[in-house]
Every structure is written in C-alpha cells, then in structure tokens.
Design a protein around this ligand. Structure first.
Ligand code: ADP
Length: 369
C-alpha cells in the first residue's frame, strides 16, 4: 500500500518550457486521484514523472516512504495503462497478460492464477486465446487494464485510457474502472482532459492549467466552490456563468449591477462589496441556479432580464442561451424545466438562487466568496 507525494516538482523541457511548474500534491494511499485540465497543461508529464518515464528536473517524487527520483520504472511498483493500449498484436490475450510476469520470472502456476483472476475480474475470460485484432475497442482496453492488474502494483497510473473509445463505451468503462478501484483498494492516479470523467471517478480532483495546480479537492467541493474563474468554467457542463458588473450602494444595500441584473448582495458579503464599491467585479452562477424551481417559488428572488438566443431541449431539461452581460461576451446558459414555454427572441425574466452565487476578483480571477 502506498501514497504518492510530489514535492516542488518541476519539468523543464529543452528550450526552457516549464511543462510542470513546482507542483505539490499528496495522493493518499488507496485514493483515486484524477489529474484534469486542458491539453498541454502538464498532466501527462506529471504522470510520466511518477512512472519514471520522464526525468524530474527538480523536486522529489515519493511512492510510499521512498523517494523514487532515481529508481527505474520497473522497480517503482507501479503499473501504467496507456491511451493506445500498447498490446502486442501477435500475442494472444493470455500471452499479453502473462508477458510482463514471465519477464520478471514469476512461477508458471502463479502467472496462470494471476491471469485467470484478472480475466475474471474484467470479464475477458472467453477471449484469452484471441489476438487483439479480434477484439472490440472496449475489450482491448480491458486487456490493457488486465495487464496492469496481474502485476498487483502499489499504484495504478492511467493516461487518458478511455479516449479511443466511443461515447457509450467510455461511460461503461468509466464505471468499470471505478468498480475496480473499490475492489482492488489500491492507489490510482488517472489523467484525463474530460471533466465529466474527473467528476464521476475521482475521490479527489487536481485541476491543472499551464503547468500549475489550480485546485485540489473532492469533485463536489470543486463544483460548489471553484478556486477561480478558470476552474468555474472548466468543471461543470454547461460551465458556470460569469457576469461582469459593478458594485453600487443604494439606501445602505450593496448591489451587483449590469444592464441585465440588479442583484442585492447578502449582508455576509459586505467586506467584499465595500472593497469593490464602484469597481468592476465578476458574479458567478451555475446554469441550474437560474430559472430553477426553487428560485421560481421565491417571490422575492432577484432576477436576470435577458433575451433568449437559442433553445436546446435536452429531454429532462432545457438549456436557454441568453444574451446577458457575461465577462467574455458569450451567452449565459440557464437550465430550466423541459416544459417551460419559451420562444427564441423573447425577452424574459428568470429568478436566480442567490444562495449559490459567487463573487470573483476580476484582476486575480480568484473566488472572493
Ligand atoms: P497534457 O498531458 O496536459 O496535454 P503534457 O504534459 O503532454 O500536457 O505537456 C505539457 C507541456 O509540455 C506542453 O506545452 C507540451 O507542448 C510540452 N511538452 C510535452 N512533451 C514535450 C517534449 N518531449 N519536449 C518539449 N515539450 C514538451
């Protein structure tokens, strides 16, 4: 059993590019940690440094209680599952699973037991005699995972393992990997650019951007309290709406104001309201907190006035794209009841759930409240 600790870890590639810039991260024993962020944010480089496939420019990586900076990959007690499966095309599934163990000179009977146990866990028992080309994408991915399982490593590393699968298979494999984590009770570190995978699979999520960690927390804490506007926009679909406006004071009440909204701010936000009085500020609100049933029930709920640009019925709910004062000029999105009567071009007023709103500092983009 082992946790993984990254201390002041940097990776500088030739030409002085900081792919990873002094990150600190503690992954607990048996935890499922997801590294997520847009392409180029440094998540694969981080994983490859943990695996030993990439040299660490500075800082330390520890697995369990030993620093592994100078330990070769094969001696780190990790197993990695890659995006492209990396199966041997001319070997059978059985041989693909057994190969790594044979190299390590495991006894034959032990290899056979490990291969059959892994095949049983993953439901690939019937395919042990097939070659990879006679398998579907999902089955190949299971073999790739199986090859990691037979090793019984301290830490599993996954590098975008589902990105070659179709949408339906991705959802299925996602739950299978989660079940596997519960069953094997091992530390797993999983890299993805897909925030839905991150939300649904991670015990905790580490959001990265430009080689820096933006936030590390449980999926729900990140969703409810994103550290900055980047995280607010990256985690959650559709993303959090961020409105641009000014703080004004009328009759001793502070308001967030722009052409679409005049929102009285809670007393508890006074410190921030005073600091930003007459200045620009960002106001964040998730799509489900605009025009939702709870807000509709509250006669005194503040409202957003906006024009409907696009209506997207999703079945269970409908997304309304509104022409409101967002910070980047994009549409504001509201998730409303699927049967709400609305028309494109219509000017509407939608109540909001002020309890769920946030303020962000426009200069640092960090959350204020
Ligand atoms: P991610 O996995 O988040 O997409 P990577 O870790 O692959 O990002 O890359 C992080 C940054 O490092 C990117 O800017 C990428 O272009 C750069 N990079 C990755 N590999 C190399 C390399 N071998 N040489 C130079 N730059 C690289």
């Amino acid at each position: 059993m082992a946790g993984v600790v990254l201390k002041d870890v940097c990776k500088v590639y030739d030409g002085g590019v900081f792919a990873v810039n002094k990150i600190n991260l503690t992954i607990k024993d048996r935890e499922f940690m997801v590294l997520v962020g847009p392409s180029g944010c440094g998540k694969s480089t981080t994983l490859r440094m943990i695996a030993g496939l990439e040299e660490i420019s500075s800082g330390t990586v520890s697995i369990g209680d030993r620093v592994v900076n100078d330990v070769p990959p094969k001696d780190r007690d990790i197993a990695m599952v890659f995006q492209n499966y990396a199966l041997y095309p001319h070997k059978t599934v059985y041989e693909n699973l057994a190969f790594g163990l044979r190299l390590r000179k495991f006894p034959k009977a032990d290899i056979d037991k490990r291969v059959r146990d892994a095949a049983e866990i993953l439901g690939i028992g019937p395919y042990l005699d097939r070659k990879p080309k006679a398998l579907s994408g999902g089955q190949r991915q299971r073999v790739a995972v199986g090859r990691a399982i037979v090793r019984k490593p301290e830490v599993f590393l996954f590098d975008e393992p589902l990105s070659n699968l179709d949408a339906k298979m991705r959802v299925q494999m996602r739950t299978e990997i989660s079940k596997l984590h519960t069953r094997l009770e091992t530390t797993m570190i999983y890299v993805t650019h897909d925030q839905i995978e991150a939300m649904t699979m991670g015990d905790r999520i580490c959001v990265m951007k430009d080689g820096l960690i933006q936030q590390v927390d449980t999926p729900l804490n990140i969703y409810d309290n994103p550290a900055n506007t980047f995280v607010a926009g990256f985690i959650g679909t559709p993303p959090m709406n961020i409105f641009k406006g000014t703080i004004v004071r009328k009759d001793n009440v502070f308001y967030f104001e722009n052409p679409n909204m005049e929102i009285p701010l809670p007393e508890a936000w006074k410190v921030h309201a005073e600091k930003f009085l007459s200045k620009e500020i960002y106001f964040g609100l998730r799509p489900e907190d605009i025009g939702c049933e709870l807000a509709e029930l509250d006669k005194n709920a503040p409202k957003i006035k906006a024009k409907i640009e696009v209506i997207e019925p999703m079945g269970a709910e409908t997304y309304l794209y509104l022409d409101a004062s967002t910070y980047n000029g994009g549409s504001c999105i509201a998730r409303v009841d699927a049967h709400k009567q609305v028309k494109v071009g219509e000017n509407i007023e939608l109540p909001i759930l002020l309890l769920k709103a946030h303020l962000f500092d426009p200069e640092t983009t960090n959350i204020l409240v």
